[in-house]
Design a protein around this ligand. Structure first.
Ligand code: AMP
Ligand code: MG
Length: 410
């Protein structure tokens, strides 16, 4: 168990593959679950499948206001309207008779014998007779969804491992689940290191800065479905760092920031090593975030994220979030990339995959992306205006105005 030597610096793709390999493993772990009220389940990860409690639809359902009838009969001549069916009303009249139609509302039971519903807009009604309006077609099956064609009783409507959003809540509600089983949230320990750091409520001296990373990470970890705990700031001191790591070992994921570069007082990797860490990589050819470290202690996985605030945010999005969502039991946990049309040319030196602060704006026609000027990975002012990071692949030195490009979405 050592820091890989020489240090293991991977391409973005290889580093992502290493992380997703470990994410695959932790997805197989048994993890605690809890039952929560339906609305509290939103944003959590489903631990037991939502099953259809009956066929869907539970009866042949009319999807239009109109008349239930036999298509061939109405095409051949007029039909007598012999009754009416509203949504929520049981049909007790048996099979509809030859030469007859039943007036029907959206969501009502299509009576047996009828093979279609003709829309009210497609017939002419005179007294109690209907006939097909000129030039209108009518075929069997029109405007009827037959029982069980959407789902059969017992079918899985929402699988285990799915993050619960509005459609999943709706499926749970219509199949009768007032509560849902979800996975317990993974516990994330957040440790910011750096002698220059003071807490957000403190007044920094001129040469000090406020700790922002603990707060951006806690926000991102919460969004990824975790329960974050911010630990006190750790000074750049090997003994203090090792002690702080020891205090965080009960968590499921340890996120450290700062102290992973080549500086004389960067002691995070050594402290992790002293605590028995395995290192999977100690850097990635990315900007921002090159010194990112990933490994596992006896107990939690950990990331050593570079301290520059934009690096911390980007490396969490790229590597931390996929691992954390897997620890939360989510089955699809990769980073969220979108694509957009570039609004201007971008030139860079090749050799690193770049994630440049950017703004994506989208409408019906698609998405456009433009860079936000920045002073580098310490520039939180630029990052605060971004909603995404424009991806420049490692081999590219130039993206052209109008290119379709990838964006890492915040
Ligand atoms: P490091 O990764 O420790 O070399 O730090 C890189 C840069 O990020 C330095 O300018 C630090 O002052 C800054 N930095 C480190 N930790 C934090 C933090 N928790 N919040 C804000 N900035 C930080
Ligand atoms: Mg530092």
């Amino acid at each position: 168990m050592t820091i890989p030597s020489p240090s293991v610096v991977l391409s973005y793709e290889d580093a992502a593959t290493v992380v997703s390999g470990h994410a695959e493993r932790v997805r197989l772990w048994l993890r605690p679950t809890e039952k929560v009220p339906l609305l509290s389940a939103a944003g959590r990860v489903l631990a037991e499948p939502v099953l259809a409690d009956r066929d869907q639809p539970p009866f042949a359902r009319s999807t239009r206001d109109g008349f239930a009838c036999r298509a061939a009969e109405l095409r051949a001549g007029r039909l007598k309207v012999a009754g009416q069916l509203r949504a929520g009303q049981a049909w007790t009249g048996g099979e509809i008779r030859t030469g007859e139609a039943i007036e029907i509302m959206t969501g009502a039971v299509v009576p047996p014998g009828a093979d279609c519903v003709v829309m009210i807009e497609h017939v002419s009604v005179s007294e109690c007779w209907i006939s097909l309006a000129p030039a209108r077609e009518l075929v069997p099956g029109e405007n009827v969804v037959n029982r069980g064609t959407e789902a059969r009783a017992g079918d899985v409507l929402v699988p285990v491992g799915r993050r619960i959003g509005a459609t999943e809540v709706a499926a749970a509600a219509f199949s009768g689940n007032a509560t849902l089983a979800v996975f317990s949230k993974p516990r994330v320990a957040i440790l910011a290191t750096g002698d220059e750091l003071v807490e957000v409520g403190d007044v920094p001296l001129q040469y000090q800065i406020r700790n922002s990373n603990s707060y951006s990470l806690a926000t991102q970890a919460t969004a990824a479905g975790a329960d974050p705990r911010i630990f006190p700031i750790v000074p750049d001191d090997p003994v203090a760092t090792e002690r702080a790591v020891g205090e965080a070992l009960q968590c499921d994921l340890l996120l450290m920031t700062g102290g992973v570069s080549m500086g004389k007082f960067d002691c995070v990797e050594r402290a992790l090593l002293a605590r028995g860490a395995d290192f999977f990589f100690t850097g990635a050819r990315i900007q921002p975030g090159k010194p990112v470290v990933f490994g596992k202690l006896r107990g939690p996985y950990f990331f050593g994220l570079p301290g520059n605030p934009v690096s911390t945010i980007v490396t969490f999005l790229l590597f931390g979030a996929p691992m954390l969502r897997a620890l939360a039991g989510e089955s699809e946990s990769g980073p969220h990339f979108g694509s957009a049309r570039l609004s201007h040319e971008v030139q860079v030196r090749p050799g690193l995959t770049r994630f440049l602060p950017a703004r994506v704006e989208s409408d019906l026609r698609g998405a456009r992306i433009r860079r936000i000027a920045w002073q580098g990975s310490g520039d939180l002012t630029a990052a605060a205006q971004a909603n995404s990071f424009l991806v420049v692949p490692e081999a590219s030195d130039r993206l052209a105005d109008g290119d379709i490009v990838s964006a890492l979405m915040l």
